[in-house]
Design a protein around this ligand. Structure first.
Ligand SMILES: N[C@@H](CCC(=O)N[C@@H](CS)C(=O)NCC(=O)O)C(=O)O
Length: 225
């Protein structure tokens, strides 16, 4: 049985959960409470101490994209999140990287700055992160005006990467009002049962998100599905 070390609020864990639910792959989860770096068993497995982390027997698989690659290669059955065609697969990996590096990472920068003590805040780094988000939003909005999923006609690993930051970043550095094609793409993501399940499972924790006050009420509603 696969074991996923995760927390239901953690955005990179959402990325892998969407993949697991899309492909209907059975797994058990171990919830990391507190910082992974404070959990010595976790640090023994992966000293970088970031979630998620997958275990398959003796095999330890870190990093959300690498986990999805692993699932796709060994456990996904008929549903594929990475195309077999090399050019199509490269496109999926490009947009997976794009979301991690230019949406997810700047979003994390702004969130972690919010949690810092006043005398250690990094205003310059936060301004850089907001500028990166603005550039990424404009690129994504142009791209999504012409296609259904981020890497083409089929839902893929890149859409798993897109969903968590597009969910959280609206509360941090909003994009929806000024980027209608990107907003419509997010609504398409919300129609998937995998995505709805991830959000439902996170609901008890969403109030701990540092920007929880700016989350849309529909996501906090017990009837959300
Ligand atoms: N590159 C990693 C990033 C993982 C990551 O940043 N995880 C966050 C949770 S969303 C984490 O572990 N934060 C806890 C910490 O940094 O101590 C991946 O793709 O899995």
């Amino acid at each position: 049985m696969l074991t996923l070390h995760m927390h239901p609020l953690a955005s990179y864990c959402w990325k892998v959960l969407v993949a697991l639910y899309e492909c209907d792959i059975p797994f058990r989860s171990i919830q990391i409470n507190g910082l992974p770096a404070d959990d010595t068993a976790y640090v023994d497995l992966w000293p970088i101490a970031k979630m998620p982390l997958l275990q398959d027997g003796d095999r330890v698989v870190p990093e959300s994209s690498i986990i999805i690659e692993y699932l796709d290669a060994h456990h996904s059955g008929a549903a594929r999140l990475i195309p077999t065609d090399a050019d199509a697969a490269r496109e999926v990996r490009l947009w997976d990287r794009f979301f991690d590096l230019y949406v997810h990472a700047p979003m994390q920068k702004i969130v972690s700055d919010r949690l810092r003590a006043d005398d250690t805040k990094d205003a310059f780094g936060v301004a850089e992160a907001r500028a990166t988000l603005d550039t990424a939003y404009a690129m994504l909005d142009r791209r999504m005006a012409a296609q259904e999923w981020i890497a083409g006609d089929a839902f893929s690993m890149a859409d798993c990467a897109a969903m968590p930051p597009l969910f959280y970043v609206e509360a941090i550095h909003p994009y929806r009002a000024a980027h209608p094609a990107l907003a419509a793409y997010f609504e398409r993501l919300l129609l998937r049962s995998s995505v709805q399940r991830v959000i439902r499972e996170a609901q008890p924790w969403l109030r701990y998100f540092p920007f929880a006050d700016a989350l849309e009420p529909r996501f906090l509603d017990a009837t959300f599905h």
